[in-house]
Design a protein around this ligand. Structure first.
Ligand code: ZN
Length: 83
């Protein structure tokens, strides 16, 4: 368990599993808990929406999305290694 991350979690909020990556997470007080997404997946969805609504001519959003997806994959791999 990464205790550094826990500091961001809102006190007393329930745990839930991210709908996309299945990461067990907790509300950090942002909007991501309302959609049952972890912070990373929530950010990815936001960027994907932005790209589909406004386009991504210079590929900046796509680059950011793949960076975030790599973080999700790395986190899943770390969890896999532990179990
Ligand atoms: Zn997630």
């Amino acid at each position: 368990m990464d205790t550094k991350n826990n500091a961001r979690f809102a006190r007393g909020s329930g745990c839930y599993t991210c709908r996309i990556c299945k990461h067990l997470t907790r509300s950090t007080g942002g909007d991501e808990a309302g959609c049952l997404l972890c912070g990373l997946c929530f950010d990815i969805c936001g960027l994907e929406n932005q790209a589909s609504d406004h386009g991504d001519p210079d590929g900046k959003l796509a680059a950011e999305i793949s960076t975030l997806k790599a973080l999700v994959d790395a986190r899943a791999a770390k969890k896999e290694a532990k179990s």
